[in-house]
Design a protein around this ligand. Structure first.
Ligand code: 13P
Length: 281
């Protein structure tokens, strides 16, 4: 199965009433762990990296690796550029072969967010790629460097934003935030339901780490068809390595590498099951 467009996965997910996991990766081990789970469960998936993470994982190095891994997978996998901030890096990701890009203008005034997202969407379309936008403001930030307050999406503004930009997928803010939640999030299902009734494209839930399985399922039933998971992957990899050391299972570098792959694999397996996408490849 070749690298696929994210939109193809999301349109199928909307019709089939499930969500596709969009897993953030920082290195080859995480890519391999996610794709092992995807192949075992016969699931579609998205692998992604956010622009703020490129200082640790340079795009020109990890980008081709992600694209090659997706092309080699037996399952349909999209490669997504998450929280794009600059036209330059978004263009670079498209040149490398990413099949989807997000422009995150959620902090900008409505008109500017619309204008810049439309420009990114037009560029993405030249490459046959998918474009995701964001309206409202998801809390925190992808790498924890900023403590952005949640600003819940206005359903009417979401519709106007969709009409202005014609994005393929729209990230909404319903009380969700990036990173580990300090207290259990109370998601605004009413806002999600209203937004989904107005906006015809699949909606995206960021800040997946720490959301309860039942809340995920309710979000999916109300119109979420892409769910971003980052911190949970990183934590699972770290914990897997920690326990492999404490159990005396590491006696050389390749045991360490196997523990990393395993951490990413276990986290992806757990979320694929909750999102209902196993067997949907
Ligand atoms: P978490 O780190 O909370 O899983 O959020 C991931 C995310 O939304 C990436 O865009």
């Amino acid at each position: 199965m070749p690298l696929v467009k994210m939109n193809d996965l999301l349109v199928k997910a909307k019709a089939g009433k499930y969500a596709v996991g969009s897993f953030s990766v920082a290195n080859m081990e995480m890519v391999l762990g996610v794709l092992k789970a995807v192949e075992e469960t016969k699931s579609p998936a998205i692998i992604q990296i956010a622009e703020v993470r490129l200082k640790q994982s340079p795009l020109e190095v990890i980008g081709p690796l992600m694209v090659a891994a997706a092309k080699n997978s037996k399952m349909p996998v999209a490669v997504h550029f998450d929280h794009g901030k600059t036209f330059e890096k978004i263009s670079q990701a498209l040149e490398i072969g990413f099949s989807s890009v997000m422009f995150d203008g959620s902090h900008l005034p409505f008109e500017e967010n619309s204008a810049q997202t439309s420009r990114v969407n037009a560029l993405a379309k030249k490459y046959g790629a998918t474009c995701e936008g964001e309206i409202g403001c998801v809390g925190g930030s992808e790498d924890g460097s900023e403590d952005i307050a949640v600003n819940c999406t206005s359903p009417e503004q979401a519709l106007a934003f969709y009409e202005n930009t014609k994005v393929d997928a729209l990230a909404v803010a319903i009380g969700n935030a990036h990173g580990n939640y300090k207290e259990a999030p109370r998601l605004r299902f009413d806002i999600l339901e209203k937004t989904a009734s107005l906006v015809p494209v699949p909606l995206v839930l960021h800040g997946g780490t720490g959301i309860e399985p039942d809340d995920f399922r309710r979000c999916i039933s109300l119109g979420i068809h892409k769910i971003n998971i980052a911190t949970a992957t990183f934590d699972s990899v770290e914990n897997s390595v920690r326990s492999a050391y404490s159990e005396g299972n590491i006696s050389g570098y390749y045991d360490l590498q196997a523990a990393e792959v395993d951490g990413a694999y276990l986290n992806a397996m757990k979320h694929i099951e909750i999102f209902g996408c196993a067997g949907k490849a």
